[in-house]
Design a protein around this ligand. Structure first.
Ligand SMILES: [Zn+2]
Length: 169
């Protein structure tokens, strides 16, 4: 979100040069900058010891495609903590090993996505109310079930995982 008015005092902001940054929205009354703010979320490809991928059915996100685990970072939380927390909350599973895979800008929602892969010990699933179903799939299968748009972070992470296993469609 870009600010046009100061969220504290309501004054219309003017653009200022601030160090190396040009066009920084500035409140002349409060004498401070208002940089754009945006939410940040984690997204995690969960896989088991046999490299099966866990896909979620979440009808509030899509009835057509399956999803990876995702969730917003709450203020004060580290992205790694969010990832572990969301996997536990949404699936009931414990992570044994994880890797940060990169960050992506999700333009449709003006949001920063922080992508992980996380290996879990396979156990009975305990799904949260945000999840309508979940199932294990080979990486090859998973590639056909996640969103097909090339910029989809679900797709990017699944492709990356499949590439590492040397799987092609
Ligand atoms: Zn102000």
């Amino acid at each position: 979100m870009k600010f046009r008015y100061c969220p504290d005092c309501g004054t219309e902001l003017e653009l200022r040069q601030l160090g190396d940054e040009k066009d920084v929205p500035w409140c002349t009354v409060c004498d401070k900058p208002w940089f754009p703010v945006f939410p940040a979320a984690i997204i995690a490809l969960v896989y088991d010891e046999d490299n099966n991928v866990l896909l979620l059915r979440q009808n509030y996100i899509s009835t057509q495609f399956r999803n990876l685990v995702s969730g917003y970072i709450v203020p004060g939380e580290r992205a790694e903590e969010t990832m572990l927390r969301e996997i536990k909350e949404e699936t009931g599973l414990d992570v044994e090993e994880w890797k940060l895979r990169g960050t992506w800008w999700f333009a449709r929602k003006d949001m920063m996505m922080i992508g992980f892969t996380a290996r879990v010990r396979r156990a009975p699933l305990h799904l949260s109310t945000e999840v309508d179903g979940a199932s294990w799939h080979s990486a090859k299968e998973a590639l056909t079930l996640v969103h097909q748009r090339p910029e989809s972070v679900s797709r990017i992470l699944t492709q990356l995982f499949a590439d590492e296993l040397n799987i092609s469609l």
